[in-house]
Design a protein around this ligand. Structure first.
Ligand code: E4P
Length: 220
């Protein structure tokens, strides 16, 4: 499973990318609005960091025609741009139009397998089932990843599954086990994945023992 960062914060993207573990970025209008900066400028700065890796940028129209126009403009910003489109009838039309023009799409706000099947059939490059938001309404979000994963495999659908709306490290492990191709993670979840109390304790002991013995690196 590949890891994307779910963020519109350029500094977070830079820090995560430096770790060498990031294969792409997802953004959404809320994340962009939270930063209070120019949309296109932010996308360009992120492209400068990750180059041609997939970077999902979302359209902000609900009409297919406008989504296609916005999608084409976004796609022109860089090789890696993936046009993020909401899961609606208009969104499916736009996805299909963009797919026919060779533009990659990520159909977002997926909350059921029927939605995922339609998005895949419309030609979506990626679908984004939202796990955390399903958990929030007392459904088991991960069941959706399992179901979509199985359906796509059985029917050999090439659309990749981005496990989205991830809230903690357990979500990441479950998504990986259930066959999601990608998990898109807030930076804080990436940081949580790094840490383990036994790693911290182990490092402390190694350093203390080294200091106590007065060791040095010799001729290294
Ligand atoms: C994914 O592409 C979305 O941007 C994101 O995962 C939404 O997560 P949230 O439910 O925490 O807002």
């Amino acid at each position: 499973m590949r890891i994307f960062i779910d963020s519109a914060n350029v500094e977070e993207v830079r820090q995560a990318f430096e770790l060498g573990v990031i294969s792409g970025i997802t953004t959404n209008p809320s994340l962009i609005a939270k930063e209070g900066r120019d949309f296109v400028g932010t996308i360009r700065e992120m492209i400068a960091i990750v180059g041609d890796l997939p970077l999902s940028a979302e359209v902000v129209s609900l009409q297919a025609e406008e989504m296609v126009e916005q999608g084409k403009k976004l796609a022109a910003l860089g090789e890696g741009i993936v046009v993020k489109i909401p899961m609606t009838e208009e969104g499916l039309k736009a996805t299909n139009r963009l797919a026919k023009e060779g533009i990659k799409t990520n159909v977002t706000l997926i909350f059921s397998s029927p939605q995922a099947i339609l998005a895949a059939r419309a030609g979506a490059t990626y679908v984004s089932p939202f796990i955390g938001r399903l958990d929030d309404i007392n459904q088991i979000g991960m069941n959706l990843i399992q179901e979509v994963s199985q359906i796509f495999q059985v029917h050999e659908l090439p659309t990749q599954i981005i496990s989205a709306s991830i809230r903690h490290t357990a979500h990441v492990i479950e998504a990986a086990s259930l066959g999601a191709h990608i998990a898109t993670l807030p930076f804080k979840v990436i940081q949580q994945m790094v840490r383990h109390p036994l790693t911290d304790a182990g490092i402390k002991k190694f350093m203390d023992d080294w200091d106590k013995a007065g060791s040095n690196l010799g001729s290294i």
